[in-house]
Design a protein. Structure first.
Length: 118
């Protein structure tokens, strides 16, 4: 099983707050047949940094526990989507290199596995 975690931070007045938390898991069934990959992203759109900002927030209706997001009826908000910026995704090659070099650098692996020429 391969696991990859990433946390991106945003600098707000000299303090770093999480802006995106990513979790990717890949695994194979019996190391032979089925390959599965699960990717999850948690994106922070706004950060309340002072108690005053937090207290100004209007109470909102809470979603009941164990409610699936796909079952919720939500109203489309064009103003939100006009200003929304999707965080850039990592290129697949960057993720693969990171997974392969977790225990030993790729350069060391290449040197170790090179064929000896007499």
């Amino acid at each position: 099983m391969e696991r990859f975690y990433e946390v991106r931070y945003r600098n707000i007045n000299g303090t770093y707050y999480p802006s995106m938390i990513s979790s990717d898991v890949g695994f194979m069934y019996m190391m032979q047949t089925q390959h599965d990959f699960v990717s999850r992203r948690f994106i922070v759109l706004e950060t309340e940094v002072t108690k005053k900002q937090y207290q100004k927030r209007k109470p909102r209706k809470k979603v009941p526990n164990f409610t699936s997001i796909k079952d919720l009826k939500l109203q489309y908000d064009p103003e939100f989507w006009e200003s929304f910026q999707i965080p850039p995704k990592l290129e697949a090659s960057v993720m693969i290199k990171a997974a392969l070099s977790r225990t030993t650098s790729l350069e060391e692996q290449f040197k170790k596995n090179q064929r000896k020429i007499n």
